[in-house]
Design a protein around this ligand. Structure first.
Ligand SMILES: [Zn+2]
Length: 177
């Protein structure tokens, strides 16, 4: 006796193909006859179903999904470019504010003042208020704060950029691109 029919054989039989080759097994095997019978009923039921509306709906849904993916990908690319440009501008701001800070330190002789105070600690102790006030005066606080803020912005943008690039890699690995 031949081996039992595999699902591909049953499909073929239900579609009316390759019958002669399968008939000899079916003649001797009630189990395969039953499987073929139920496959034939299913196939007939599927043929009886109104197909066109389902196919059209499915096609519309598939193309909508593809379009959405495409739009998402486009938005992601635009976002990546935007983040890269913003990051570059922030790096330029850091350089600019750092130069401003350096120039202000030079102009105010800040470092010399700090050095002078540290070599005369008794002056700092006896005139605590005045020396502290003078230190605040000569320190380029706004320039320093702006440099730190620009540096912080670069850090945030770099983090965003890496996250977006990583998302792209994950999508590429999942075969979604
Ligand atoms: Zn069989």
């Amino acid at each position: 006796m031949q081996p039992h029919l595999i699902s591909n054989d049953i499909e073929q039989f239900a579609e009316g193909e390759n019958r002669a080759a399968l008939d000899s097994h079916l003649a001797n095997c009630a189990m395969c006859r039953a499987r073929v019978a139920s496959a034939s009923r299913l196939s007939a039921a599927l043929r009886a179903m109104p197909r066109a509306p389902i196919a059209r709906d499915l096609l519309a849904r598939v193309s909508a999904t593809v379009e959405t993916r495409g739009a998402q990908e486009q938005a992601r690319r635009a976002r990546t470019s935007f983040i890269a440009v913003a990051m570059l501008l922030s790096v330029l701001l850091v350089l600019w504010f750092a130069l401003e800070t350096a120039a202000a330190l030079q102009d105010n002789s800040t470092l010399e003042y700090i050095e002078w105070i540290s070599t005369h600690p008794e002056l700092f102790a006896s005139n605590f208020g005045d020396t502290l006030f003078a230190l605040v005066e000569v320190t380029p606080i706004s320039e320093t704060l702006l440099t730190l803020f620009a540096l912080f912005t670069v850090g945030v943008l770099a983090h965003q950029w890496i996250a977006t690039m990583r998302a792209q890699t994950v999508m590429a690995e999942a075969g979604l691109e």
